[in-house]
Write a protein that binds this ligand. Structure first.
Ligand SMILES: [Zn+2]
Length: 291
């Protein structure tokens, strides 16, 4: 970990594979704190998620699909907040999906612990009701949950409990993902829809302001990774996205630049579109065309 920190890694993660062994996680937090890096935690207790394919609740019972209960995330988060408190290491909970997690992180922050977290644009956009047609594009881990959880995630952003909105970009070849629901892998390509998903589903009156959207998708992630980015200031890198908050468009997965052409947003009409992307002063995307 020291060599990697020296070579420039920004964080350490177990993404996709929760660290079951508590002693191992303790060491990871101790070592990472020596290098001032965070541990990004895919928090799901696998003894409770094994063989599960969606949120455990009324919809999973009705569909007869084995669930992944929210408490699987809650238990993992509780343990890792306690280990962060013990070691002082920075734990960052990836893709928070459960209301109890939001509560625990809120309390940890009130205590001044070294705990941060993030939410995906898809967990802000969908509930398990979308799984009634068994469309594997909506299958992800942690799963999209019921409306009470979705509302708690939005509340967590509004009061600053949640630090960032992320894509959890997980491209799969179409033939990999195009399977019976229970055989399909988790995740989808989130990069090209995340801004529109947030503007459509989490922005507006009683939701987030545009300043909050920019903070959660740019400024704060850069701070967490300690990157010299995410601000508009003289002398800083000119990495800029110009976007519309009102333009409507229909998502067409075949027009994605990524080769992972699976998206739960496919065919949906969404609001908000990136118009121009500038990287280090150079225009790299204009009106949807990568230059
Ligand atoms: Zn993950």
């Amino acid at each position: 970990m020291g060599d990697m920190a020296e070579a420039g890694v920004v964080a350490f993660s177990d993404d996709g594979h929760y660290v079951e062994n508590a002693a191992f996680m303790r060491r990871a937090l101790e070592y990472s704190s020596m290098f001032n890096k965070m541990v990004i935690d895919h928090a799901e207790d696998i003894t409770l998620t094994k063989n599960g394919h969606m949120h455990e609740g009324i919809v999973s019972y009705e569909l007869g699909v084995i669930g992944r209960p929210a408490v699987a995330e809650d238990l993992a988060v509780a343990r890792d907040i306690l280990l962060s408190e013990m070691t002082g290491g920075h734990i960052h909970i990836a893709h928070v999906s459960s209301k109890n997690t939001v509560d625990m992180v809120r309390r940890a922050k009130a205590k001044g612990l070294n705990v941060t977290c993030e939410v995906t644009s898809q967990h802000l956009s969908f509930t398990d009701e979308y799984l009634r047609e068994y469309n594997p594009a909506f299958k992800m881990a942690p799963p999209i949950r019921s409306e009470d959880h979705r509302q708690a995630l939005l509340e967590g952003l509004k009061d600053g409990t949640i630090d960032a909105i992320i894509t959890d970009h997980a491209p799969h070849a179409y033939e990999e993902k195009d399977h019976e629901f229970c055989c399909a892998p988790n995740g989808f390509s989130g990069l090209e829809t995340s801004l529109a998903a947030v503007i459509t589903n989490a922005y507006g009156p009683d939701k987030l302001s545009i300043d909050q959207v920019v903070y959660y998708m740019s400024t704060r992630p850069a701070e967490l990774m300690r990157l010299d980015a995410g601000v508009l200031e003289v002398g800083k890198p000119a990495d800029i996205t110009v976007f519309s908050t009102t333009e409507e468009w229909t998502v067409d997965r075949n027009k994605f630049y990524t080769k992972g052409k699976v998206s739960p947003f496919d065919g949906m009409t969404v609001t908000g579109k990136a118009k121009l992307t500038v990287v280090d002063g150079k225009v790299v995307m204009k009106e949807g065309v990568v230059l």
